[in-house]
Design a binder for this molecule. Structure first.
Ligand code: ZN
Length: 376
């Protein structure tokens, strides 16, 4: 990508320098110039600017093989902070993170059954205010992940099937009380961002499943993450079983956290796994089999090159995951049968870390913008 306007080029190169430091850690000015194919005066000018902004710092002297010892540059990781809020259907988590995405503070409280918007918002605001009091540097923004349709300006939760919220100005409520810029993001889209940012996921084309209390998905292609309108959890899998959506035989009736919990004395899937019974083992196998069947359909439609399972239930024992892979291989079209199925290493923090990644991307690094520019 070439820019004709020097100011635009400088903005772009400043972001590229920040991203190199974020991805590679400590670098000398010469390293950065070489990686970005920039000349040394421009590189130095950008780094001097970042030093003045306080976003990077010089670190001692770095040994090199030919004896010269240039000064290294690294991100000043606590120069800026972000807040992440994951409004899950079971729990809501709030975290304060630095520029490297380290969680410095973390709180979790039950979301409650069918919470009222005002009440949940009040709890979130109180938690954000507690975090902002302990933050040692400016918080540049808050990202709230929620399952629903979000307005184009990322400010309004247009609809949310689980809680029947409509046209809810969530970000305005939070901004007014915290005085921190706030945006909303679809929860599974956030998880994909987290996967790229913290799990070094570099695949350009994959199908991501949030396997949790409810089941959501995102189809990820080089320029798009398609999650908000997906009804993956409601693919028809079985002839019976009433789903919470009102349909019969949805994937969720067999494989979701709520369904597994209903079938096993209201225990969470974590509890079911730690104290298995014959019944719960059968239920988990059925869940894996149903998930495999749904994934076979998804891969036939999307042609995805990889499947990633995230969310709490993706932490099931390896034996179940292995069973799921076998079932998938049996059910998928032969051209898709060897599509790799992996689990997210981010575990049950995938949603929250996804918000952190989205916040860092939006207010500090603009990595997805750079990706788009570099792809065009
Ligand atoms: Zn359903």
């Amino acid at each position: 990508m070439k820019f004709s306007q020097p100011a635009t080029a400088r903005t772009y190169n400043r972001l590229r320098v920040l991203n190199v430091l974020s991805l590679q850690g400590e670098c000398s000015r010469a390293d950065i110039a070489r990686i970005l194919k920039l000349n040394k005066p421009s590189t130095s000018e950008i780094i001097d600017g970042l030093l003045q902004e306080g976003l990077v710092e010089e670190t001692g002297k770095k040994e090199t093989s030919n004896g010269r010892r240039p000064i290294s540059i690294r991100l000043k990781k606590d120069a800026l902070m972000v807040l992440a809020v994951d409004m899950g259907s079971r729990n809501t988590s709030v975290g304060l993170a630095d520029m490297e995405g380290n969680l410095l503070r973390f709180e979790r409280f039950p979301t409650g059954q069918r919470p009222k918007a005002q009440e949940l918002c009040y709890s979130v605001i109180k938690s954000c205010l507690r975090m902002s009091r302990v933050a040692t540097s400016p918080i540049v923004g808050i990202v709230v992940a929620v399952n629903g349709i979000i307005s184009e300006d990322k400010k309004i939760l247009v609809s949310n099937d689980l809680w029947n919220w409509e046209e809810t100005p969530l970000s305005e409520a939070i901004e007014t009380n915290t005085h921190i810029p706030t945006i909303l993001v679809h929860n599974v889209e956030a998880m994909v961002q987290g996967e790229r940012w913290f799990a070094n996921e570099t695949s350009e084309n994959f199908f991501y499943v949030n396997w949790a209390e409810h089941i959501g998905s995102a189809w990820v292609t080089p320029k798009n993450i398609s999650a908000a309108q997906s009804q993956f959890g409601h693919i028809s899998i079985a002839p019976t079983g009433l789903c919470r959506c009102g349909n019969i035989g949805c994937l969720e009736t067999i494989a979701s956290g709520w369904a597994l919990s209903e079938k096993n004395d209201n225990k969470t899937v974590k509890q079911i796994c730690s104290d298995p019974t014959e019944q719960s083992i059968r239920d988990l196998q059925s869940a894996c089999s149903a998930m495999a069947k749904a994934l076979a359909q998804a891969s036939a439609i999307t042609g995805c090159q990889k499947i990633i399972l995230g969310g709490g239930i993706s932490n099931i024992d390896d034996s179940y995951l292995q069973y799921l892979r076998q079932e998938y291989a049996k059910k998928a079209h032969f051209k898709q049968a060897d599509t790799p199925i992996s689990r997210s290493p981010l575990s049950d923090k995938a949603g929250l870390l996804g918000c952190v990644a989205t916040a860092l991307d939006t207010w500090i690094f603009e990595r997805s913008l750079i990706r788009t520019l570099d792809l065009s």
